[in-house]
Design a protein around this ligand. Structure first.
Ligand code: 5AD
Ligand code: SF4
Length: 557
């Protein structure tokens, strides 16, 4: 076995490039060496093939799913085999969500289940990252009650993951005293050769009764690195797509809206947009890899404002090179053109804020060739009074007008939404307004949420919180209405023959495959294992035969 210290000593750290993402690529290469050296040890590896394994557990939205693809890509390039079995993995990372209280509880449940695993195998690594780690109280709670966690980082420094993992190895070897609140890379260095030797021995001979105490001592105390904010956008890192044929593309990060119930602006920071050139280059690379569908991602894509430096597109600049701003409709136009050139068949985006859904965007969508006729337009409440208290900057009429405008421009459009029930001060009359909008717009799908009080948001301090029984009753009534209307609305596609992009084997029946219509509706079609292999990842015409409330079954045309 090679000496692991060859890869983590002070000289190795000092030789790291200072620019990003080169710096992280350097650490990935070091991690690979560490992993190989580690995997050749005796007892420290769970996998029988002497390759380290890693599980990435994702909670929350599409942005988190995309972040997890980056975590998986980094781990794979660092030599790990990606597994679903978190209880047997050498490395487990939880990418957390904190938008509602139950997301937090979910994490604690999963962590609790790993306690015994960690006791038996203290050398294994447990990491937690994502939105919840941007909350100081939650980090404190993890450190006190889940002291077996090794690594904690937040949303702003996700790209530093390789460096932080490298630092964890240094800390375990006694090379760094504490990285708490440290910017990775600026940590105090302590050159303690006795720890060096102990760590090396442990890795060489593995865990045994004699050295267990030593090991536990070295492994104690997590590496914690959470940044309050950052203006960096570092994207050129490895990735591993969950599906080879579709990919999320981040176009912007953060949110400036401060809806009064929402914690997102506090944990994801202020809005920052990527440049159109970077976005288009990423889409081009995805297309070269065979991606057929892309989803442009942002908390509020309508306020995308990219600085363009190209000279042949966008508003003219005097010297032909000066920066100009590109809006979301303009970006969408360019993405649509690029899709035509590169073979991308479907473009989706989310999420849009009704307050700045412009006529221009609707026109661009309707005139485009590849932008799917699907729109996620979060309503939150149908009561203008509540919308005001939510700080949403639109009223019931404006929302109805936007939905009508979308249907007018694209009669086959599918509109989906998010609705919160039981916002502080919501009366039965307010709730009736919500039901009224649901009846008028006829959403094809609604994600309905019970209001969850998030500490630090303005609404958490409102005194007129609604009692649980009332909220539950309203929630059930809303769900009942919505399910009935969605089922009726779905009927409009019955008998049609439409293209479906097949994504996977059905979760419910191994002899069926499941895919999506252009408008986002799920379709299941019978297929034997041979056919499945051929069809998944391709677009095929399907006759829609039977609607089942929120999905169709059909057969290949
Ligand atoms: N309580 C309930 N639902 C919330 N959402 C955001 N914050 C809260 C909260 N505090 C919902 C909104 C948003 C979706 C992503 O989550 O409907 O659109
Ligand atoms: Fe939250 Fe409102 Fe921003 Fe959406 S727009 S992330 S609901 S603050």
């Amino acid at each position: 076995m090679t000496d692991i210290l060859n890869y983590i000593n002070n000289d190795v750290l000092a030789a790291a490039p200072v620019t990003e993402p080169e710096r992280q690529h350097y650490f990935i290469a070091q991690l690979k060496e560490i992993g190989e050296s580690y995997a050749s040890g005796d007892e420290c590896v769970s996998g029988s093939n002497k390759k380290l394994s890693a599980a990435v557990v994702t909670f929350g939205c599409q942005m988190n799913a995309r972040d997890s693809e980056k975590l998986c890509g980094i781990l794979r390039e660092a030599g790990y085999e990606i597994t679903e079995a978190e209880e047997d993995a050498d490395f487990v990372i939880f990418n957390t969500c904190t938008v509602r209280e139950n997301a937090n509880e979910h994490l604690y449940g999963r962590l609790g289940r790993l306690k015994n695993m960690k006791k038996a195998h203290p050398e294994r690594i447990i990491a937690v990252c994502g939105c919840m780690m941007q909350e100081t109280d939650e980090v404190e709670k993890l450190r006190k009650k889940y002291a077996y966690i090794d690594l904690i980082f937040g949303t702003h420094n996700l790209y530093k993951f390789p460096e932080l993992l490298f630092m964890l190895h240094r800390k375990r070897a006694g090379l760094v005293d504490s990285l708490e609140a440290a910017h990775a890379g600026n940590a105090v260095l302590i050159d303690s050769s006795s720890d060096y030797e102990r760590y090396e021995k442990l890795l060489r001979y593995g865990l045994n009764a004699g050295n267990r105490k030593d090991l536990e001592k070295l492994y104690r105390k997590p590496v914690v690195s959470v940044w309050r904010d950052s203006s960096d956008i570092i994207e050129e890192l490895p990735q591993q797509r969950k599906f080879p044929f579709k990919q999320g593309i981040n176009i912007m990060f953060g949110c400036n809206n401060f809806c009064s119930y929402c914690i997102v602006p506090y944990v994801r920071g202020r809005e920052k947009s990527r440049t159109p050139e970077e976005i288009l280059a990423e889409i081009r690379r995805a297309a070269e890899d065979g991606v057929k569908e892309i989803m442009l991602l942002g908390q509020n894509v309508n306020s995308y404002k990219g600085v363009s430096v190209s000279d042949d597109q966008g508003p003219a600049a005097d010297d032909g090179k000066a920066a100009s701003f590109v809006s979301f409709p303009e970006l969408l136009k360019r993405v649509d053109l690029l899709a035509g050139e590169t073979g991308i068949e479907r473009i989706r985006f989310m999420t849009s804020h009704p307050k700045d859904l412009s006529d221009e965007l609707i026109e661009v969508m309707a005139a485009s060739k590849h932008v799917c006729h699907q729109f996620h337009l979060p309503l939150q409440s149908g009561s203008s009074r509540i919308l005001k208290r939510m700080n949403r900057h639109y009223d019931k009429e404006r929302f109805l007008d936007r939905a009508a405008r979308l249907r007018e421009a694209m009669p086959d459009i599918v509109i989906t939404t998010d609705i919160i029930v039981g916002f502080p001060g919501e009366t039965e009359e307010d709730f009736q307004e919500t039901l009224d909008v649901v009846r008028k717009v006829r959403f094809d799908q609604a994600f309905t949420f019970i209001y969850s009080k998030r500490e630090g948001t303005p609404a958490a301090a409102y005194e007129d919180q609604i009692d649980e029984a009332t909220v539950k009753d309203r929630f059930d009534r809303l769900l009942d209405l919505q399910n009935r209307l969605a089922a009726q609305s779905l009927e409009r596609f019955r008998g049609e023959t439409l293209p479906v992009l097949f994504e996977d084997i059905s979760e419910y029946d191994p002899m069926m495959i499941t895919g999506k219509l252009e408008n986002g509706t799920t379709v299941h079609v019978p297929a034997d294992p041979e056919e499945q292999k051929k069809l998944i990842g391709t677009v095929q015409k399907v006759r829609l035969e039977e609607s089942h409330g929120f999905y169709y079954t059909g057969s290949l045309a």
